[in-house]
Design a protein around this ligand. Structure first.
Ligand code: ADP
Length: 266
C-alpha cells in the first residue's frame, strides 16, 4: 500500500546526529538537490527525514515503496464518478504542488518503470509531466525528493540503476556510535541508562554474528522495542528474546547462539 502522511505540526521529531548529515541535507535543500539515504533498516533514516522536514518547516509526504507500486499510485489517476471522471493527484503530485519533502522509503522495492517518473524532478527543470492529463507541473519552491535505500538488502536481486543513482546526493547511514545509540535507546525506549547500555552492548555482540551468517543484524529499532518491554515490566531476558532474537532468525542454531549472548549480557 502507498501510505502518505503529513508532518505533525509543531512537535520536533527527536533526532541525534552522528555526523554532518543535518548540515549537508540543509545545503541540498537550499540547492534543490535530491537526496538518497543509504543504510541498514532501523538505523534512523526515516526519523532523520522527519526531523529535517520539521527543521526546514516543510510538509512531509512519505511513500512506502513496494513492487506493486505503479506510476499512477505516485502521480494520480482519473476516478470514475456517477457524472463523469475526476482527476485525483497522487502523493508525489501533491508534494510537487505543495512544495513538500517527498520521502520514498525503500525505493528499490519499486519497479523501474515507476522509479523513472522521478527522473525529471531531479534535474534542473524540476518538473513532473503527467501523461494522462497532458499537464507538466513545475515543482513549488521547497519541494525535495528524498529516497531511502538499504544497500545490503536483496543486493543480488534488486538494485538501483546507475541512471537513477546519479541523480541523487547520497548520505551514508549506519547504526549510531555506541554512546549515541545508548542515549537514543534510553530516550526512545524510556528505560534507564544501565539497561540501555546493556542493550546496546548486546546489539554490538549480535551484530558481530553477521560474519557467522546472521542475515539481518539487530537495528536500533529492535533495541528500542526491547527497552520498551523492559520498561513495561517484562523480564529482561524474555524481552530480548521476543523483541530482538526471535524477529531476526528462524534458524535454531543461530537463535541458540543469540540467546547465549543475551544470557551472557544480562
Ligand atoms: P529506518 O528508516 O532507517 O529504517 P527509523 O528512522 O525508523 O529507521 O529508526 C528506527 C527508530 O530508531 C526510530 O523510530 C527512532 O526511535 C530510533 N532512532 C534511530 N536512530 C536515531 C537517531 N539518530 N536519533 C533519534 N532516534 C533514532
Amino acid at each position: 500500500m502507498t501510505s502518505s502522511k503529513e508532518k505533525p505540526e509543531g512537535l520536533e521529531p527527536y533526532y541525534l546526529p552522528s555526523g554532518e548529515e543535518i548540515k549537508v541535507f540543509e545545503r541540498c535543500h537550499e540547492k534543490n538537490l535530491a537526496v538518497m539515504l543509504k543504510g541498514p533498516t532501523g538505523c534512523g533514516k526515516t526519523r532523520f527525514v522527519e526531523h529535517m522536514a520539521w527543521r526546514l518547516n516543510r510538509p512531509l509526504i512519505t511513500i512506502s515503496c513496494h513492487d506493486d507500486l505503479s506510476a499512477s499510485d505516485l502521480v494520480g489517476r482519473f476516478l470514475i464518478r456517477h457524472d463523469g471522471t475526476e482527476w485525483q493527484d497522487g502523493p508525489l503530485t501533491r508534494a510537487v504542488r505543495e512544495g513538500a519533502i517527498c520521502y520514498l522509503d525503500e525505493v528499490v522495492e519499486a519497479r523501474q518503470d515507476t522509479i523513472v517518473v522521478l527522473h525529471p524532478l531531479t534535474d534542473y527543470r524540476r518538473i513532473l509531466p503527467i501523461d494522462k492529463t497532458g499537464e507538466s507541473i513545475e515543482a513549488e519552491p521547497g519541494f525535495q525528493l528524498v529516497i531511502s535505500y538499504n544497500p545490503g538488502y536483496q543486493r543480488m536481486l534488486k538494485d538501483l540503476k546507475p541512471s537513477t543513482r546519479q541523480r541523487f546526493v547520497a548520505l551514508d547511514f549506519d547504526f549510531p556510535p555506541k554512546e549515541r545509540e545508548i542515549a537514543i535507546v534510553e530516550r526512545e525506549g524510556q528505560c534507564d541508562y544501565a539497561t540501555s547500555q546493556a542493550l546496546v552492548s548486546l546489539g554490538h555482540r549480535l551484530r558481530a554474528l553477521q560474519d557467522r551468517g546472521l542475515a539481518e543484524v539487530p537495528s536500533t529499532r529492535l533495541l528500542i522495542a526491547a527497552a520498551r518491554l523492559i520498561a513495561s515490566g517484562i523480564p529482561v531476558r524474555q524481552a530480548c528474546y521476543v523483541a530482538v532474537v526471535s524477529p531476526l532468525s528462524d534458524d535454531m542454531a543461530m537463535v541458540g547462539a543469540m540467546k547465549d549472548l543475551v544470557d551472557a549480557t544480562f
